[in-house]
Design a protein around this ligand. Structure first.
Ligand SMILES: NC(=O)c1ccc[n+]([C@@H]2O[C@H](COP(=O)([O-])OP(=O)(O)OC[C@H]3O[C@@H](n4cnc5c(N)ncnc54)[C@H](O)[C@@H]3O)[C@@H](O)[C@H]2O)c1
Length: 448
């Protein structure tokens, strides 16, 4: 069996969201291989089951805000489609579908299982279409999973739906995505790409494929499981580091110490890690540790530190709201009369992603106590706003003053607020809670 020609490929990307679109754009924008400098001629099929997303992209609209209309329209060799037949011809299939958790914090593999079955069906059709061709397809997973998921769960579904055999009729690999949406400095090509394959040949092909578009280079692991494990521990380590500073905040609050000032001092040591307290939401940092703990428990070990971190980070909304309620009592601000705004609704700064944002929990707690609140976020659009069971706005109203301002997410737009503007927003007995330390200290904000 022969691997496809790297310079002349049809690449199908399955799932065109935060991960799939930048990947499609990167592949389609390269005319020369970064490693060999040879000319490349590739066709990219960007396939997503969400027809609205595909229609938006066909019109140059990327709701993830990663690309402008001009950038999307410039890449002429991407074919956006919701029609599965369009991927039957592909040589390489890259799967970038969601891997969330369910209500019990267990991996929800429904999307990746369905995508695996669909790709299995596609390579069966491919074999019929390309019957004379000896080149076999390569299927690569980029979704975050636990070690073992690709080979133990996904490959059997491909085999079942295609009637084909791994390393005989098709190859497989895993290359975790490490992008950071909203981050304009670290783009896909500037982040080292971990690669792996179902055998040596596949590993080499997949490594060369990514090396053709990733300036930062690639790192080929000895097995698919190592690549899967590497990704899941990157995010678990970050979750735990944030949990640690969140716990420091809980201790320092009792000691009447400003955590952000303590961290500033501690950071002057070369090996002190730079983390800030925060609300860990989204679909990666707060989710991926559960993929690891699930697998660990399946193997008979119940992790302690990883789950302790999750527990602390999940407790943060309650801790923050308790702090604010106590302060409101001290300042005689009755719940029913309190005018509150929360600056930031997304799960992180400068990114329009509201999924799994802990702001939802803050809203629920405050509303249960009859507080009238408004979420302010420049990334709020009308379709997102309806998910919030409260008032929302893209900008801070200028004709009102507030008793409580809670600053949770440090979008660039909030960094630009001048001290005089802050002052014009405040009622006499006001509280400003500044989770990220971006409010001028002259305003005496309450900090973690
Ligand atoms: N967003 C990030 O910052 C990030 C970073 C690294 C890794 N990841 C991981 O990458 C994966 C994808 O994340 P995302 O943020 O891009 O998700 P996303 O929700 O933004 O995009 C996934 C897309 O897949 C589509 N999809 C679902 N099932 C499909 C199917 N069967 N066929 C075709 N399309 C299908 C959805 O419609 C959606 O548009 C997840 O495993 C995630 O953990 C995400």
């Amino acid at each position: 069996m022969i691997l496809p020609n790297l310079d002349e490929l049809i690449i199908a990307i399955v799932g065109i969201g935060y991960v799939g679109l930048p990947l499609a754009m990167e592949f389609s924008s390269k005319e020369k291989c970064l490693r060999t400098k040879s000319k490349i001629s590739r066709k990219i099929i960007a396939y997503d089951v969400n027809e609205t997303r595909i229609n938006d992209l066909k019109n140059g609209l990327d709701r993830t805000n990663e690309f402008s209309k001009e950038e999307i329209e410039k890449n002429k060799n991407i074919h956006f489609t919701s029609n599965i037949e369009d991927i039957f011809n592909a040589d390489v299939f890259i799967i970038t579908v969601p891997t969330p958790i369910n209500k019990l914090n267990k991996p929800d593999l429904a999307f990746i299982k369905k995508a695996s079955s669909e790709v299995g069906f596609a390579i069966k059709k491919r074999k019929v279409i390309k019957k004379e061709e000896k080149e076999v397809p390569v299927i690569i997973y980029e979704s975050t999973v636990f070690p073992g998921a690709t080979e133990e769960i996904c490959v059997p579904l491909i085999e079942l739906n295609s009637g084909l055999k791994l390393n005989k009729d098709f190859f497989c690999g895993y290359s975790p995505e490490r992008i950071n949406p909203g981050d304009k400095n670290r783009k896909i090509s500037s982040i080292i790409k971990i690669t792996s394959g179902s055998n040596n040949e596949a590993a080499e092909f997949i490594d060369n494929l990514y090396a053709s578009i990733i300036k930062a280079g690639t790192f080929s692991t000895k097995s698919i499981k190592i690549a899967e494990a590497a990704k899941v521990i990157e995010n678990t380590q970050r979750d735990l580091n944030i949990a640690l500073v969140n716990e420091f905040s809980m201790i320092f609050k009792l000691l009447n110490l400003d955590t952000l000032e303590v961290l500033k001092a501690a950071r002057t040591k070369w090996n002190f890690l730079d983390f800030k307290p925060g609300l860990v939401g989204g679909h990666c940092i707060g989710v991926d540790p559960y993929y690891l703990t699930y697998k660990s428990e399946e193997m008979g070990y119940s992790p302690e530190i990883v789950l302790a971190g999750r527990k602390i980070n999940n407790f943060m909304p309650t801790w923050i709201t308790d702090l604010i309620f106590n302060e409101m009592i001290k300042r005689n601000i009755p719940n029913e009369k309190c005018e509150m705004i929360i600056l930031g609704g997304t799960f992180k700064e400068n990114c329009p992603d509201f999924r799994n944002s802990k702001i939802h929990e803050l809203i629920e707690i405050f509303q249960n106590q009859n507080i009238n609140l408004t979420i302010i976020d420049p990334y709020l659009t009308s379709d997102v706003a309806v998910q919030f069971n409260c008032k929302t706005d893209q900008k801070i109203p200028t004709n009102k003053t507030f008793d409580v301002i809670i600053c949770t997410v440090c979008h660039n737009e909030f960094l630009d607020i001048e001290e005089s503007e802050w002052r014009s927003l405040l009622n006499k007995n006001h509280i400003i809670f500044d989770l990220k330390g971006f409010v001028p200290s002259s305003l005496n904000p309450l900090r973690p």
